[in-house]
Ligand binder design. Structure first.
Ligand SMILES: Cc1cc2nc3c(=O)[nH]c(=O)nc-3n(C[C@H](O)[C@H](O)[C@H](O)COP(=O)(O)OP(=O)(O)OC[C@H]3O[C@@H](n4cnc5c(N)ncnc54)[C@H](O)[C@@H]3O)c2cc1C
Length: 380
């Protein structure tokens, strides 16, 4: 079966993006891992080349390209390049829909041109020290004072947290009837501080940080979407975020399979190639079958998302299946590399480290299964 998701235009875009990544990212992956974040210059170059914010209207510097297949091309090539690449998924897949669909014209004027020029790194801050899976327990408050909101509280594990120019924070607000709201806080706002990048076991090339709000005043015009509707806005965007994670997961599993298959043909054990062992061939065959089948399903999910026909349960299911498969495949293929696979500098080791968190963020997989079960049982 041939994969039919992409057209010739997508493949032209893929070639251009791959060439960009080969020149502008691959030589610097180790440097970014040591620094804990990609260079700002890289983000600006990616934006100028049209790879960030292409979904925004041309009036704001975008390309008016609303087709998630371009996002998945980016995800696949980022994985193939060996970089964590969360800049692309954070900016294009996760933050962009909030800025495109929930903002006023005035907010669009303020933020979108900077985004498409690579000068507005964005973060979404939901998680708090006491509230991760259970977002209803959020304690960061936004107190109305005149035409301002005064924010107090803290967030943790925020992707791009230490480098972002704009954070969309989920807060609880009296003006929203005690319900949650999404409020934008710009870098440099007094009372907004961020911690240094947190030390992680994987995805080291992407910064993750704590954020602190202490009597932090923002104009009420910084509310994104409707006051008191924050949770609904998050829920509406989660299927896309989870599909983005799923696509990266299967791309990673596919890459690990390719690498393991090559290695199994070269590596000799007991006087014969590793791949001549039946158990290794069976493992490769099993992985190939599972990855191919899931890829087909995800391709359908991408088309369904494009058509506006992709449910929260389907997003949760895609993320669950793909990240569980990614972890299984990364662990099994790493085993095939033996001791070489366990070395810090080996690519399979980096992919294995980067894979683990995929089952935790974007909704822990247990939580996802529970939410799918509720949907199947009609909300019980
Ligand atoms: C590298 C990284 C990047 C991140 N980026 C962001 C970001 O940009 N923005 C952001 O807001 N957050 C981010 N997070 C936070 C992430 O979304 C949370 O860690 C995740 O939602 C889990 O929350 P928690 O860590 O508080 O775990 P908890 O909520 O305490 O859950 C702990 C464990 O309990 C289990 N569990 C939870 N709920 C259930 C349930 N209903 N049924 C059964 N078991 C359950 C799961 O196994 C879960 O892993 C990031 C985290 C990491 C590690």
């Amino acid at each position: 079966m041939r994969r039919t998701l992409y057209t010739e235009e997508h493949e032209v875009f893929r070639t251009a993006f791959r060439s960009f990544v080969d020149r502008q990212a691959v030589p610097y992956v180790d440097h970014w891992e040591n620094a804990g974040t990609p260079d700002r210059a890289f983000i600006e170059k990616a934006a100028k080349a049209g790879f960030l914010g292409f979904e925004f209207p041309a009036a704001y510097g975008g390309l008016d390209v609303a087709d998630f297949r371009y996002n998945t091309v980016v995800a696949e090539e980022v994985v193939a390049s060996g970089m964590a690449g969360d800049t692309f998924s954070m900016q294009n897949d996760i933050a962009l829909p909030y800025l495109l669909t929930l903002t006023t014209d005035e907010q669009k004027q303020r933020w979108l041109p900077r985004f498409t020029q690579g000068q507005l790194v964005t973060a979404i801050a939901m998680t708090e020290p006491g509230a991760g899976s259970d977002l209803r327990s959020i304690r960061t408050t936004a107190r109305p004072t005149g035409d301002e909101l005064v924010i107090n509280g803290s967030k943790t594990f925020i992707t791009s947290g230490s480098t972002c120019d704009l954070v969309l924070a989920l807060v609880t607000s009296e003006v929203g009837g005690g319900e949650l709201s999404v409020v934008a806080v710009e870098n440099g706002t007094p009372g907004f501080e961020r911690g240094r990048p947190m030390k992680k076991i994987g995805r080291k090339g992407q910064d993750t940080a704590e954020l602190f709000f202490s009597e932090c005043r923002v104009p009420i015009t910084n509310v994104v979407g409707q006051l008191g509707r924050g949770l609904a806005h998050i829920v509406a965007n989660l299927p896309r975020e989870r599909l983005s994670i799923a696509v990266q997961a299967v791309a990673s599993a596919q890459r690990a399979l390719t690498m393991a298959a090559e290695y199994a043909q070269q590596r000799e054990v007991f006087g014969a190639p590793l791949g001549s062992m039946q158990s290794v061939r069976m493992a490769i065959g099993e992985i190939h079958t599972e990855v191919t089948a899931l890829q087909e399903y995800l391709d359908r999910c991408v088309l369904a998302l494009n058509a506006g026909d992709f449910s929260p349960a389907e997003g949760a299911g895609a993320k669950f299946l793909a990240t569980e498969l990614q972890w299984k495949v990364l662990d099994r293929t790493m085993q095939m590399f033996g001791g070489y696979g366990y070395m810090e500098e080996s690519e399979i080791a980096r992919m294995w480290r980067d894979a683990r968190v995929q089952r935790i963020y974007g909704g822990a997989n247990e939580l996802l299964l529970d939410s799918i079960g509720k949907a199947v049982l009609g909300g019980r």
